[in-house]
Write a protein that binds this ligand. Structure first.
Ligand code: FPP
Length: 251
């Protein structure tokens, strides 16, 4: 069939118009776990457990359809304000899923990277982070950025500090602090900016996610809570993205 590509994912088979424009870099704010659990009379942590399983499903799906870069927001610099019990349940989930990522994402050829200040996590998590990045560094498939203890303001501040230190040492001149120089000190240095950011759960906020990089990203907000967000919902968002006219400030 001309003009149609077939993507096979598990038992699903989809025919898609080959003219559809895919985002090279997709960002996802995995929001709504708490509300998903509350609706079912479950503790919030149960929502995170199902949300974490969904993270794996959607990550695999993105790799299977040819997304080049996927950035997921797993834990923000502000999430430490949550009750200690919830934070420790999330850290437990990170451990479990990082161990699984080490094994499972091997088949998908996924290169895993972490963005954010991961130095604050317990030693065991930091070791898993290092190991996951090391094991996957030569993979050639989709790049998965997991944002953990990530905040866009924190990231820009860190970049500014690095450049200021270089200027103080005389390694660069102040006029060499350009947009490119700042982008080059972000966690995502060398990666394309996100083309599309999806926020499930209906909240219409940026929440400190990829502040610098999302200057011209398209946003799609959908009312589905993250644990319920299925590959078909992603497909719908991708169809909508493909119809958007991107002008990047031009006409
Ligand atoms: C936001 O929902 C979700 C989080 C703060 C945690 C997201 C983390 C996961 C899905 C686990 C992923 C695991 C790995 C290894 C990447 P919320 O709790 O703010 O939901 P609410 O707005 O309904 O309260």
């Amino acid at each position: 069939m001309q003009g149609v590509v077939t993507v096979i994912f598990g038992k699903q088979e989809k025919a898609r118009d080959s003219k559809r424009v895919l985002p090279r870099h997709l960002g996802i704010i995995m929001d709504g776990n708490g509300r998903w659990a509350k609706k079912r009379g479950l503790p919030r942590t149960a929502g995170h457990t199902v949300g974490a399983a969904n993270f794996k499903t959607i990550t695999r799906y993105c790799a299977s359809i040819g997304i080049e870069y996927l950035t997921v927001y797993a834990f923000s610099t502000e999430n430490w304000k949550r009750p200690a019990e919830e934070v420790s349940a999330l850290i437990k989930l990170f451990r479990q899923y990082l161990e699984e990522a080490l094994r499972d994402f091997l088949d998908e050829n996924i290169k895993v990277r972490f963005i954010g200040d991961t130095s604050v996590f317990p030693g065991e998590i930091r070791e898993l982070i290092q190991e996951t990045e090391k094991v996957s560094q030569n993979r050639t498939g989709m790049v998965l950025n997991i944002a953990m203890n990530y905040g866009g303001r924190d990231e820009i501040t860190r970049a500014a500090r690095i450049l200021a230190e270089k200027a103080l040492k005389g390694e660069i001149k102040p006029e060499e602090i350009t947009e490119e120089a700042i982008a080059g000190e972000l966690y995502t240095a060398g990666q394309p900016d996100p083309d599309l950011i999806i926020r499930p759960s209906g909240e219409q906020r940026v929440s400190n996610f990829l502040l610098w990089q999302s200057a011209y990203a398209e946003y799609i907000i959908c009312d589905i809570l993250w644990p319920d967000f299925k590959p078909q919902d992603l497909e719908n968002a991708l169809d909508e993205f493909s119809k958007r006219q991107r002008r990047f400030g031009g006409v």
